[in-house]
Design a protein around this ligand. Structure first.
Ligand code: C5P
Length: 305
């Protein structure tokens, strides 16, 4: 039967502006996404009998607990396959094999990445031939970050994160990621954001001009200064030890330090490879840090490999 293999990156948010909770429970976002060189892989093998199965493997050196990823219909990659099947009316099934490297519940959209990859892989293995634009419509139904993971590169995210538009950007950036021992639930961090802001007026979010200017210029120092994340207070309220991790990276000279999305992964911008190595070395002493990874961004979105 026909197989297809897809590589999909993790995402970080260079800024994450969060507005007041909407009636549907989601929060309006103004964000700039960047896809980074930390990839999961999804292999889809079509099957005649209509069954949809999933297995999850973590590499020996992977920074992730594959055991935390559901191997049933709760898996977002399975939901992606079902959605594509409903949309196209194909009567085939699929075996999905996921190789996980992106941390689980780390604020880097690992589950969403697998959903984006499954859409592309099943579309190929089933020969359903949907365009990228049609896949993006399905992606938005699966989760707020899924359309960006199809797209990759850099992009502005609006709506609840699912509407993406291009951003003028140049440069390749050196990142250091500090993975925490335990994941954080995105929903729990947003709920904490609401609790902390109860009774006060939350402004509509905006992408800072300084961040857009830094990206246009390819200026890493200015980008480091412009990094921002409105979920910081909520994530630190749930995980106070992350403050130490951020502090250690800043003391090691990072150009900027923030949490990735809803956390708990912390990200640090370095000026070059050697600087990244120095920051990574310093983070080795952070008690809250389970693993440190150097990476680059931007990279392309979900692609056949
Ligand atoms: O869209 P996704 O399923 O990835 O979102 C996971 C959870 O994060 C949502 O159920 C919601 O609680 C929260 N969320 C939010 N506002 C957003 C995105 C996510 O409140 N813009």
């Amino acid at each position: 039967m026909t197989s297809a293999n897809v590589r999909v990156p993790a995402k970080i948010n260079l800024c994450l502006g969060v507005g007041p909770v909407r009636d549907d429970g989601y929060h309006p976002l103004a964000t700039v996404y960047q896809a980074v060189d930390l990839h999961d892989e999804v292999r889809a093998t079509a099957r005649e009998d209509g069954e949809i199965t999933v297995v999850v493997h973590a590499d020996l050196d992977a920074r992730t607990e594959a055991a935390d990823v559901p191997e049933d219909d709760d898996n977002l990659a399975v939901k992606a396959a079902r959605l594509l099947r409903d949309r196209t009316g194909v009567d085939l099934g699929v075996d999905l094999a996921i190789r996980k490297v992106i941390p689980v519940a780390g604020g880097m959209a690992g589950g969403s990445a697998d959903a984006a990859a499954a859409l592309v892989a099943c579309n190929e293995a089933w020969g359903t031939g949907l365009s990228r634009a049609a896949l993006e419509v399905l992606a938005a139904k699966l989760g707020s970050d899924v359309p960006f993971l199809l797209h990759g590169g850099n992009a502005v995210g609006g709506g609840r994160g699912e509407t993406i538009s291009p951003v003028l950007a140049r440069g390749s950036y050196h990142w250091v990621f500090a993975m925490a021992h335990q994941g954080l639930s995105t929903a729990a961090v947003y709920a904490e954001f609401d609790r902390l802001n109860a009774g006060s007026t939350v402004a509509d979010p905006q992408v800072p001009d300084a961040l857009l200017a830094a990206l246009r210029a390819g200026d890493a120092v200015a980008l480091g200064e412009a990094l921002s994340n409105d979920l910081t207070e909520a994530a630190l309220s749930l995980r106070p030890e992350l403050e130490d991790t951020l502090e250690i990276g800043i003391e090691a000279g990072a150009l900027g330090a923030i949490l990735s999305g809803s956390g708990p992964t912390a990200l640090f911008l370095a000026s070059d490879e050697q600087h990244a190595l120095d920051i990574a070395f310093a983070l080795g002493s952070a008690a809250g840090c389970a693993d440190v990874v150097q990476s680059r961004g931007p990279v392309p979105g979900a692609r056949l490999s």
